[in-house]
Design a protein around this ligand. Structure first.
Ligand SMILES: NC(=O)c1ccc[n+]([C@@H]2O[C@H](COP(=O)([O-])OP(=O)(O)OC[C@H]3O[C@@H](n4cnc5c(N)ncnc54)[C@H](OP(=O)(O)O)[C@@H]3O)[C@@H](O)[C@H]2O)c1
Length: 323
């Protein structure tokens, strides 16, 4: 058996241009892997090159809705990582096309190439869920494991970090609105996980440290209700806002309109997702299918968010030094 060094190992990353993508690219660069980022717009990925040595990261064009582009992107790869996900549907960019059939096409291309597969899904993926997002994520996972039974699947809870779409979104909202809504009373539980910890888990899977054919659930060290997360965020940015409970029915009506914004603030499908707690299951904890099971001590929300939410404080330029 030939033992391949990391610098001889080519990893193709679909979705490498996203929030989690840049952290995964950075973690793999540190380990000296060769990285091919497969994205819809390679011309917009110049910020990824400096994460590695000269020539270590390069971008190619691929769209998960076009199987030929996937096959071309996977050619010659030893490992394939699928980070592609969407939060709302638009035209041909549907949950089913991207997260179910797109994921299947990636998995089948990896299988044909003999490449190992690391697939990123989400806690809440469930074939029986009323949410289309969650059902398509479950289909994507099933397709990944059907094509590559030795695939490693990661299901993160909500991911936080400098470019996140969670704390940044609500902090930005708090700068312009005196009220923040608590959908369903804000009782839904989350286990926010730091982007660097998710990236490290994926990198360890690339190293071969994760169990093949296993689904890991990735959560941080603490569980919070949505209300508690809003309170922590508001304390961090030093602002007081009214937290107003909004029943699911009314939230769904509002989401019916908000979903048509160019970048929807809320969709009816997301309201469905909010009805279910987003935390690591007891089974995953018991079976060590977690960050801790991979030897990673997760970062806390309070230790990380001050480093990037400072700009939403009233006097951000002073607070940066405190962070
Ligand atoms: N962030 C979280 O809180 C969170 C929580 C749980 C699970 N996850 C999962 O983690 C993964 C990464 O999430 P993220 O937060 O990094 O998302 P993100 O920032 O929105 O990135 C998604 C990536 O998918 C790409 N993409 C979308 N449609 C595509 C298509 N048709 N073909 C090819 N690429 C396409 C995007 O590229 P373009 O620039 O071309 O759009 C982007 O690179 C996703 O699977 C997501 O579901 C995330």
């Amino acid at each position: 058996m030939t033992i391949q060094s990391n610098s001889e190992t080519l990893i193709t990353i679909f979705g490498g241009s996203g929030f989690l993508g840049r952290h995964v690219v950075r973690a793999l660069c540190k380990r000296h892997y060769r990285i091919r980022v497969a994205v819809r717009r390679p011309d917009l990925t110049n910020y990824l090159q400096p994460l590695g040595r000269v020539g270590q990261v390069h971008a190619v064009q691929a769209n998960l809705r076009y199987a030929d582009s996937i096959a071309a992107a996977v050619r010659g790869s030893h490992i394939v990582i699928n980070l592609v996900g969407i939060l709302y549907q638009r035209g041909k960019q549907s949950f089913s096309a991207v997260q179910a059939y797109g994921a299947e096409a990636v998995a089948q291309a990896a299988a044909r190439e003999g490449a190992r597969l690391i697939h990123v899904s989400a806690i809440g993926a469930d074939a029986e869920s009323p949410s289309l997002y969650a059902r398509s994520k479950a289909q994507g996972e099933a397709a990944a494991l059907a094509a590559r039974p030795d695939a490693v699947v990661f299901r993160p809870s909500v991911v936080f970090g400098p470019e996140d779409d969670f704390f940044n979104k609500f902090a930005a909202m708090a700068t312009i609105s005196p009220v923040l809504p608590l959908i369903g009373g804000g009782e839904t539980l989350f286990q926010p996980v730091f982007c660097g910890d998710v990236a490290e888990a994926i990198a360890r899977a690339a190293d071969g440290a994760a169990k093949a054919g296993t689904t890991y659930e990735l959560g941080g060290p603490e569980i919070f209700s949505f209300r508690e997360l809003m309170e922590i965020m508001l304390t961090t940015i030093d602002r007081r806002r009214l937290l107003m409970p909004l029943p699911y029915g009314i939230a769904k009506l509002q989401a019916g309109l908000l979903q048509y914004l160019p970048k929807p603030l809320l969709t009816p499908d997301q309201v469905e997702l909010l009805k279910i707690d987003n935390v690591v299951s007891r089974a995953a904890t018991r079976e060590h299918r977690t960050l801790e099971g991979l030897g990673i001590a997760p970062h806390t929300v309070q230790s990380e968010i001050p480093h990037y939410l400072w700009r939403f404080r009233k006097f951000g330029q002073f607070s940066r030094q405190e962070a």
